[in-house]
Write a protein that binds this ligand. Structure first.
Ligand code: UDP
Length: 538
């Protein structure tokens, strides 16, 4: 892969003339800076000013045209982390005529995706904030294909996982620092700026304590489409399930250690009658880890970024996350949320060390490795005495760091006990039937017929036809929900019915107008849409 931009020959003179005459053209999607992605023609970047430039001309376009709201707080988020004030994108404006006085532009011929990586040295952040969002942003715009080029503007160096970013396109990604070597004024012929947040499932606690995102929009299917792509690029093939079943212990070797790892491995092997192996980021190549995890029955690991690799587990596998002393598993759930996404089809188990004897603390380490020696004595004592880290914001809470970087001697019987509460027989990838859940369409041709008996009794016969898609589906259980609402009232009477017609006589009054709402339900919990409301007069 070469770093030069000259794969596509462009007519320099024509390009320059087009820039001067047409200026920059921008059309964006999204209503707010937090959900906006912009497509540009002729967006430029000054490597000296480290600013993007929008050139105004008679033909330039700026949609949305926000006026000064463009700075409140920004045009868009450049990373997938929502509304983080170090990750904003904006441009400065110039008349195209100013180009006469500026360095000669260097044109970028590749279609560009311009974004920020959030924390490229942490594997959870790499996958959750960068790789998945980049992959699905590229899926969203058809000209962001494998020939597109990624531009990372956050200012970090490549980082330890740069090889993973390289898998997303055939061209070498470029970093902000490298742009300087290309020229003083760069102009992107076609570019997209910003990342889709549609696949992210976790918020890290910048404004409220960390937890799952409020409105998760991704399911296991899309996650697995992405991992399939990554595995193809890594040349890892899914083995047929003929081979032996096994458990993977993903260990950390620098900190947050499992102190009795050998004992743990023996115990797991014995309990589940399975081969048990260890992997670590320090001792295995990334492809090897993916190959091993993608065929594993169970993944056991301390809480930490390496657990994002459960992305690669086969359906039906079990994730066991170990939490050090005083860390409440319910408060730190990036991997639980991942494992339990609909359609991920993983079993998730958390184990917490509740035994002070089984923990080793490091009060004298630097603060960012959990040291607390820099705090005043009373605060140190409070932290050491406390049995649970209170909820906190990201990212420098000393009590959290102190506890997060403990080593743990795992209490084996207690761990086996919690695993056994969920995994009854052998763990492992089950040959699962496709469990994709399809929703019913509307019921059709709903009709009602009223009959009045005397002055106080009436009946309402309602009938409808099955949803159109049902005849193509095998559905275990089909039910119908019918709501009968007297016109003008706020309340309604709900019924769950098995047939396509029913005569209602309870609480039905003569000479009254009823609104009848009908929807179909598959397998108890797949609720379809209501058909158009039916007006019935008795
Ligand atoms: N890491 C590792 N081995 C270790 C400690 C950390 O491979 O012994 C990796 C970890 O998986 C993550 C990065 O180093 O990708 C940063 O780890 P840190 O403890 O800062 O973050 P956390 O795992 O708590 O998210």
């Amino acid at each position: 892969q070469s770093q030069e931009l000259s794969q596509v020959q462009i007519d320099y003179h024509a390009a320059l003339q087009a820039l001067v005459e047409d200026g920059t053209r921008m059309v964006c999607t999204g209503r707010m800076h937090t959900d906006r992605i912009c497509r540009f023609e002729s967006l430029c970047y000054s490597t000296e000013a480290e600013e993007f430039i929008y050139f105004h001309s008679n033909s330039s376009v700026m949609l949305p045209n926000l006026g000064s709201r463009r700075f409140q707080p920004a045009l868009l988020d450049l990373s997938s982390v929502e509304d983080h004030n170090t990750q904003y994108f904006n441009f400065v404006e110039l008349p195209a005529a100013a180009l006469k006085f500026m360095p000669k532009p260097v044109f970028v011929p590749d279609v560009a995706l311009i974004a920020n990586r959030f924390n490229p040295d942490n594997l959870m952040h790499v996958f959750h904030d960068d790789l998945l969002p980049i992959y699905y942003t590229m899926q969203q715009f058809s000209d962001l294909d494998l020939e597109a080029r990624l531009f990372f503007m956050e200012g970090w160096s490549e980082g330890v996982h740069f090889d993973l970013y390289k898998l997303l396109s055939n061209k070498q990604p470029l970093l902000r620092e490298q742009l300087k070597t290309l020229g003083r004024l760069l102009c992107f012929t076609k570019s997209y700026v910003g990342l889709s947040k549609i696949t992210t499932w976790y918020q890290y606690g910048f404004v409220q304590p960390q937890g799952p995102k409020a409105n998760i929009l991704v399911s296991g299917n899309e996650i697995r489409q992405f991992t399939k792509f990554m595995m193809q690029k890594l040349n890892v093939t899914m083995e047929e399930s003929s081979s032996e079943e096994y458990i993977v212990v993903f260990s950390r070797t620098i900190n947050r250690l499992i102190l009795n790892e050998a004992e743990l491995i023996l115990a797991l092997a014995q309990e589940f009658q399975m081969k048990t192996i260890t992997v670590s980021l320090e001792e295995h190549s990334f492809s090897d880890i993916v190959r091993l995890i993608s065929n594993a029955s169970m993944l056991v690991s301390m809480h930490g970024a390496q657990l994002v690799m459960s992305l690669f587990l086969p359906r039906g596998a079990t994730v066991v996350e170990l939490f050090p002393y005083a860390i409440n598993p319910e408060h730190y759930t990036p991997y639980k949320t991942l494992a339990t996404l609909p359609g991920m089809d993983l079993q998730y188990i958390a184990w917490q060390n509740t035994d002070r004897e089984g923990t080793v603390t490091y009060p004298d380490r630097p603060w960012d490795q959990g040291g607390i020696a820099h705090l005043d004595k009373a605060e140190q004592e409070r932290i050491i005495k406390n049995t649970e880290v209170p909820r906190h914001l990201c990212c420098r809470n000393p009590e959290w760091l102190f506890r997060a970087y403990q080593d743990t001697k795992v209490n084996i019987p207690s761990l086996v006990h919690v695993i056994r509460q969920t995994v009854k027989s052998k763990p492992g990838p089950k040959k699962q039937k496709w469990s994709g859940s399809l929703y019913p369409g509307k019921v059709r041709d709903a009709k009602c017929q009223a009959s009045v008996q005397g002055t106080s009794e009436a009946k309402l016969a309602v009938s409808w036809r099955i949803p159109w898609n049902l005849k193509y589906l095998k559905v275990r259980e089909v039910k119908y929900e019918v709501w009968i609402q007297e016109q003008g009232e706020n309340t309604y009477m709900p019924y769950i019915l098995s047939h396509q017609n029913h005569t209602f006589s309870e609480n039905i009054k003569p000479f009254t107008i009823y609104l009848v709402w009908i929807r179909c339900i598959f397998n108890k919990n797949l609720l379809g849409p209501f058909a158009d409301v039916l007006l019935c007069s008795t």
